[in-house]
Design a protein around this ligand. Structure first.
Ligand code: NPQ
Ligand code: MG
Length: 370
């Protein structure tokens, strides 16, 4: 396939409710949508970098720059046999995994359109439905959190992840566990804890959580290994795992027993599948993380989560948990068994709604040959 046109759109989409983590509060999801054309077909991709680089060093601004100045020129008008060739094509450009993953996703979609094959099938997916859960931002008090949890359970979610931060942790977890003794419950600290604060996680063992996600700063694998040796709850890494190499080191160190896979964090679906394969070979459960994606990124997550090693529910909620109006059609809905259907149309299996898109565009740039 040969790509002759690339368009980058910066979007700003209002969230149904604000999302608060240990590091940042977001009210509007800003992201980049990438459109590629080639061989008479088109593909869409989503770059999950955010306006503010609180989750990782990438931002909308750095991704725009790296796409415009380095990534798009590296692939325009050159022959690509398969999307899996993309990572080696851009290997000379260090870092910036979210920028790379956004463009790679568009190339996967394009390849799927050309081949008439759904993304899930191209990646080796086996499920037609995937188990999902809901990620709940930090709430102002325990009472509010209990109401929010109750509402999501009424909607049909069967797994709940609570965002925590120092001072807003044990009391919240205890209250939710008390109200819902059998709920699949897990926590995510987004690297907010000091490494000498392991006591709080030792105390969490009594609440029988599915996992504790990224308690410590991402660079510190040893601190996570020390924690895993002290607690019986599995430690799960998110921010720390930016490649299959890092995943191997984390597992060798016993720094985690579960891995959250996000294609955006690791440079694309090709690398994400490699991490999945490594973990499957070692019997380490993985699950698909989320970045408050639009329907474009959500479709990609569903395809990825259909691979056999994704044995824990993903942070992939129904569209209406995040957006009143989305750029992609159809919207994703929750089935009564707490699953969402994996798209079956070619590529990502969703269409971008031009009028919705225009509603959210902040700026656009087009790159084309001749
Ligand atoms: C995580 N996601 O697992 C992330 C982090 C996160 C679903 O918990 C705007 C855009 C707000 C991206 C908040 C979930 C966000 C965001 C949190 C990503 O760590
Ligand atoms: Mg996380």
């Amino acid at each position: 396939m040969k790509i002759d046109t690339v368009e980058i759109h910066q979007l700003s989409m209002p969230l149904v409710s604000q999302f608060e983590t240990s590091k940042h509060v977001e009210r509007d999801r800003e992201c980049l949508l990438i459109h590629v054309e080639g061989d008479g077909n088109e593909g869409w991709g989503e770059c999950v970098a955010q306006r503010v680089p609180w989750y990782s060093y990438e931002s909308i601004g750095t991704a725009w720059h790296v796409l415009e100045d380095f990534l798009v020129p590296a692939i325009l008008e050159t022959e690509l046999e398969a999307p899996s060739e993309f990572p080696e094509r851009v290997a000379g450009i260090k870092g910036h995994p979210m920028a790379k993953a956004g463009l790679e996703m568009a190339i996967w979609d394009l390849a799927g359109q050309i081949a008439g094959e759904p993304l899930a099938e191209m990646l080796g997916g086996e499920r037609t439905q995937v188990e999902v859960g809901v990620s709940i931002g930090i709430q102002e008090d325990v009472k509010t959190l209990l109401e929010v949890v109750r509402n999501h359970l009424n909607e049909g979610y069967r797994r709940v992840k609570l965002k925590i931060k120092p001072g807003m942790d044990l009391e919240y977890v205890e209250a939710v566990r008390e109200a819902h003794p059998d709920l699949a419950l897990q926590v995510d600290a987004n690297a907010a804890y000091d490494t000498n604060r392991s006591k709080i996680f030792e105390q969490m063992d009594q609440y029988e959580l599915v996992l504790i996600e990224q308690p410590y700063p991402e660079e510190d694998l040893l601190a996570h290994a020390e924690l895993q040796a002290r607690v019986s709850t599995p430690v799960c890494l998110d921010e720390s795992i930016d490649s299959v190499t890092m995943a191997r080191q984390a597992l060798d160190l016993d720094a985690c027993r579960i891995i959250n896979i996000k294609a955006g964090r690791v440079g694309g679906l090709t690398e994400a599948v490699k991490i999945h394969d490594l973990c499957s070979a070692r019997n380490v459960p993985v699950w698909c993380g989320g970045m408050l994606e639009t329907g474009v990124g959500r479709a990609s997550n569903l395809a990825l989560a259909s691979l056999p090693g994704f044995t824990l529910p993903g942070d992939i909620s129904a569209t209406d948990r995040y957006y009143e109006l989305d750029v992609a059609k159809p919207r994703f809905t929750l089935n009564s068994d707490g699953t969402i259907n994996v798209p079956t149309n070619p590529g990502l299996g969703v269409d971008v709604d031009q009028s919705a898109l225009e509603h959210f565009i902040v700026r656009t740039n087009q790159f084309t040959v001749r």
